[in-house]
Design a binder for this molecule. Structure first.
Ligand code: ADP
Ligand code: MG
Length: 256
């Protein structure tokens, strides 16, 4: 594993970051998420895995209301997600999200990508936004790329810009949806190392990934989903060495 993985992650406090209770979601007639109960405490690093189509993306997209749930409750840092747009805005301002495809603005430089939302949404003065952006570009180890355009960067570098851009909004929680699955193999490590550092800084993280080395190094909990349900959750060690359900055993036999 990576050097960064050797240091133990910080301990997990008891304060609740995300509380999901009895949550269900349908796409039309299709019951995509079933009776989801999940409590995430601050500083937790959760890896969500499971077969394609099991509802992993939908679940984390519900946490910042990119998708609406139809029953049950989702409370993020004390704010319940309802149709009240004020609440939705508040939650979105606290939750960062990084996707498989980096979704950078191609016509803006790396620095401009990182300062756009802080300046226009947070009303941060331009200079301050640029200082913050440079801080996080250092953090993801690409300050020298600040004045380039996304198209001039490798996939791994672009994904690190996407992470820096999220961090510029000072999120309390970070969601990752298969952040390395569109990358060439040699670029996966640099993105995972960035995520490992973020975990060591104490960030609350929910990561959909099949990078099981990452899960073992960083996650304090692995959640296994199948057919819209949380089927199993455990420490990485227990989950990988001693999966309990037939479905998780089958899944692990296919990916490991
Ligand atoms: P995963 O991320 O685990 O691969 P998703 O959350 O993307 O799974 O999808 C779960 C299920 O919901 C899949 O069967 C998928 O086809 C379906 N689905 C996803 N998005 C939509 C949508 N916008 N409309 C209808 N069905 C969808
Ligand atoms: Mg998905």
């Amino acid at each position: 594993m990576t050097d960064a993985a050797l240091a133990p992650p910080p301990p997990v406090s008891g304060e609740v970051a995300v509380q999901i209770t009895g949550m269900n979601k349908w796409y039309g007639q299709f019951h995509v998420l079933r009776d989801i109960d999940l409590t995430v405490t601050k500083g937790e690093r959760i890896v969500i895995c499971g077969p394609s189509g099991s509802g992993k993306s939908t679940l984390i997209r519900c946490i910042n209301r990119l998708e609406e749930h139809q029953s049950g409750q989702i409370v993020v840092d004390g704010t319940e997600l309802t149709s009240n747009l004020k609440n939705v805005d508040k939650v979105r301002s606290e939750v960062g999200m990084v996707f498989q495809h980096f979704n950078l603005f191609p016509h803006l430089t790396v620095l401009e990508n990182c300062t756009l939302a802080p300046i226009w949404v947070r009303k941060v003065p331009k200079r301050e936004a640029e200082e913050t952006a440079m801080h996080f570009l250092h953090k993801v180890r690409i300050p020298e790329q600040a004045h380039k355009y996304p198209g001039q960067l490798s996939g791994g570098q672009q994904q690190r810009v996407a992470i820096a851009r999220s961090l510029c909004m000072r999120p309390k929680i970070m969601l990752f949806d298969e952040p390395t699955s569109a990358l060439d193999p040699e670029m996966i490590k640099e993105v995972l190392d960035t995520m490992i550092e973020l975990a060591r800084d104490g960030m609350t993280m929910l990561c959909v990934t099949h990078e099981m080395g990452f899960a073992q190094a960083v996650a304090n909990r692995v959640i296994f989903m199948d057919q819209g349900q949380i089927v199993e959750q455990n420490t990485p060690r227990e989950f990988f060495n001693n999966p309990r359900s037939e479905r998780s055993k089958l899944f692990l036999s296919q990916i490991l």
